[in-house]
Design a protein around this ligand. Structure first.
Ligand code: 6PG
Length: 255
């Protein structure tokens, strides 16, 4: 895949801060437009460290004032097997950096229940919640208005790691699974749910992502195929990948 074949738009900014600002602006315009059109907007947040800069933009900037947060439903694309107040929890991170600072309706914030005994059942419950709340598109799959994603240096996205069975899941929309490289369970959206979204924004910054990004947009099909993120291919939606110069450094992004 060359850049021309990437199933979406690629934007490279000089710094991580600028890449986050670009994504913040897109998030704002998507939420404003969807709420204007239909009265509410469903958003799945991303975990990890990269989105701190994005969430902080909303937490302290006037950009946030224009966002109808009260009409926005917040979900999570993946979660670690810890309690919601644990330092590793994606919900905890989002709460600290974003949710505590914006006027969301607490009843519309839906953390993944990844801290209970039976994680498989918890994943099925989260899927039911999504099915109950979010209208389906083609293929009977709920269509999020916006899913935010990141990428690890090994090409994982959400908690869909290389060489795990969850990559090939076609039925379940949310799964909990053991990830050998982490030695832990994670709960995660699967590709059928991700790829049904109206908008997917992938924010990837930092030198440690450069090799994977080069493989993702490069011509070596085998190398690309090993990256779970290469399976992000919206069926009928928009994909935008925002990079900083460090993450884009090894990639050939000409045309
Ligand atoms: C998580 C994620 C995961 C993340 C990547 C990148 O819970 O960790 O949702 O997919 O986006 O691991 O993580 P960093 O932003 O920390 O590099």
């Amino acid at each position: 895949m060359s850049k021309a074949q990437f199933p979406g738009r690629i934007v490279v900014e000089s710094t991580a801060r600028k890449a986050a600002a670009f994504v913040a602006d897109l998030v704002r315009s998507i939420i404003c437009q969807v709420v204007g059109d239909s009265g509410s907007c469903s958003v799945a947040l991303v975990g990890g460290t990269t989105p701190h800069a994005l969430y902080q933009q909303f937490a302290r900037s006037a950009v946030s004032d224009a966002v109808p947060w009260h009409e926005t439903d917040i979900y999570f694309g993946d979660e670690r097997d810890v309690s919601h107040d644990h330092v590793d929890s994606n919900f905890h991170m989002a709460q600290r950096t974003l949710l505590d600072h914006i006027p969301v309706n607490p009843a519309r914030v839906h953390p993944m229940p990844a801290d209970c005994g039976d994680l498989e059942r918890a994943a099925a419950r989260y899927e039911q919640l999504i099915r109950g709340n979010i209208p389906v598109g083609g293929g009977d799959i709920p269509r999020f208005d916006l899913i935010l994603l990141g990428m690890g240096g090994d090409g994982h996205t959400a908690s869909l790691f290389p060489f795990t069975d969850a990559l090939d899941e076609t039925e379940r929309l949310v799964v909990s699974h053991f990830i050998p490289v982490l030695g832990r369970e994670r709960m995660t959206f699967t590709f059928p749910l991700i790829n049904a979204a109206r908008n997917i924004l992938l924010l990837v910054t930092g030198e440690d992502k450069a090799e994977a990004i080069a493989a993702l947009v490069g011509d070596d099909e085998k190398a690309r195929g090993k990256l779970p993120v290469s399976r992000v291919r919206p069926a009928d939606g928009r994909l935008v990948m925002a990079l900083d110069a460090a993450a884009a450094r090894l990639a050939n992004l000409r045309a």
